[in-house]
Write a protein that binds this ligand. Structure first.
Ligand code: SF4
Ligand code: SF4
Length: 454
């Protein structure tokens, strides 16, 4: 049953009616919550504040009130939707199967449609990032090259050491401290358009290189291509790719997310591949729901369904095809594993990354307390909600330190970058790494051992 997509009662009766994303949502999704509260202890924002409005149940009640026409999308509502991490821990806990992911996306779209948070500064930043930079990755890479130059020429170090940054407003200082380290080469410079399978070809797969992932962790993309090839996959990795639209969907821009989903499907026709591989948990969680996003688009809806079926996280895919256990270790002795929210809650993938890690000789996996508790990265949450994000980061790193493991593995670029900032601030010298990188290193060590014997 669907509510008509209609105008909420406008405060100003002369204002043109606006579409309400929450009222347009299938009402069966809106009314699923039975208010049991079992999700409350798993919600990081409720845990921190103990305020019902900051809980999944409270947020869903607000969303339903708007869908029912009992409430306007006010500034308080919009702020509440941006205080939610979108970590989806509540979905894992919910016995009623509430689809919080869909509610969350529509609620943020509602917040944007209402304009309740609008200000010239916010509008400009959103235009620059969501609408301009991430709609064309050529622009993002150009920015990446500028930051890389700034870092390589030593300007960043100079500015940081000179104390000049102290003159900036505190918020700008915090943002500068979060500037990611840009890789010396992007994915297209390291991965061929087609990487042949090592040995007999078993599968033909596409590799998505991502947006931020390509700038900050192109080495993880290279490692992913290598590991796939090593396991009998021919890997198709076009140099020019689009953003998957996850950033847009999670920040209230559903139409842009749909445009980007169509572009992805056109670039990687799902009927031509055995699997489409993502190694970024946040993207993978979104990429697996193109069918939902394009359900009303007759030209794409069937292909989106096939796309969803073919979309695989790298950990999941390697386990599904029976990856070859490496015969040599990668040097890392003790590793702990942080579960990215969109891998464990969004995609329900918990065992495969642990299987990959445990398959590496001489590697001991130490379980991380609260491994599935959000680290505070949550897309751009650490930028827009720094206080809560840092609180969660400190909790995460405290747990990490308690394991005494010198290596933290996690399968999401956002978590890797956010935790790297935390380690730097706390002057901790732990290694942060994607599980697939450890596997790639073990395969390389195996090849080296073989070569040494010859
Ligand atoms: S997504 Fe995370 S922060 Fe948001 S309501 Fe659910 S558990 Fe809480
Ligand atoms: S979201 Fe699920 S767990 Fe939370 S109150 Fe509603 S029904 Fe209960």
């Amino acid at each position: 049953m669907s509510h008509p997509t209609l105008a909420l009662p406008a405060a100003d009766s002369s204002a043109p009616p606006r579409l309400s994303p929450l009222r347009g949502l299938d009402y069966s999704v809106v009314q699923q919550c039975m208010h049991c509260g079992l999700c409350l202890p798993t919600c990081p924002t409720y845990d921190a504040t103990k305020i019902e409005r900051h809980s999944p149940r409270g947020r869903i009640a607000l969303m339903r009130a708007i869908a029912d026409g009992r409430l306007e999308a006010t500034r308080t509502f919009a702020e509440e939707m941006y205080f939610c991490l979108g970590c989806l821990a509540c979905m894992t806990a919910c016995p009623a199967g509430v689809n919080y992911a869909e509610l969350f996306e529509h609620a943020r779209a509602e917040a944007e449609a209402s304009g309740a948070l609008n200000s010239p500064k916010r509008s400009f930043i959103r235009w620059l990032t969501v609408r301009w930079l991430f709609m064309d990755l050529g622009r993002l890479r150009f920015l990446g090259r500028l930051i890389r130059l700034y870092q390589r020429l030593g300007l960043q170090k100079l500015l940081r050491q000179s104390g000049v940054l102290q003159a900036l407003p505190r918020r700008l200082q915090e943002l500068e401290a979060m500037t990611p380290v840009i890789q010396p080469k992007f994915s297209a410079e390291m991965i061929a358009n087609v990487t042949p399978a090592v040995g007999p070809k078993r599968f033909r797969v596409a590799l998505l290189t991502g947006c931020a992932q390509d700038l900050m962790f192109s080495d993880v993309n290279r490692d992913t291509a290598e590991v796939l090839a090593r396991n009998g996959c021919e890997v198709v990795t076009p140099a020019k790719q689009n953003c998957c639209g996850s950033l847009h969907a999670h920040n209230g821009e559903l139409e842009m997310a749909r445009d980007l989903a169509r572009k992805s499907i056109d670039q990687f026709p799902p009927e031509q591949f055995d699997a489409i591989i993502s190694n970024a948990a946040g993207c993978g969680s979104h990429l697996k729901h193109y069918h939902h996003l394009l359900a009303e688009d007759p030209a794409y809806c069937a292909r989106a369904e096939l796309w969803d079926a073919k979309l695989k996280d790298i950990n999941e895919w390697l386990v599904a095809i029976g990856f070859a256990p490496p015969k040599a270790g990668c040097g890392a002795q003790t590793v702990t594993y942080h579960e990215a929210c969109h891998l464990c809650h969004g995609q329900k993938i918990t065992a495969p990354p642990r299987r990959l890690l445990r398959a590496i000789p001489d590697l001991t996996l130490v379980e991380l307390p609260e491994s599935d508790w959000c680290c505070g990265s949550a897309g751009i949450y650490n930028v827009i909600q720094p206080v809560m994000a840092n609180q969660l980061l400190e909790r995460k790193l405290k747990n990490v330190v308690a394991t005494h493991a010198p290596v933290i593995a996690t399968a999401n670029p956002g978590c890797l970058a956010h935790m790297a900032n935390g380690l730097r601030r706390q002057k901790l010298t732990l290694r942060l790494v994607h599980p697939v990188t450890l596997l790639a290193e073990a395969y390389r060590a195996e090849s080296q051992t073989k070569a040494d014997r010859v």
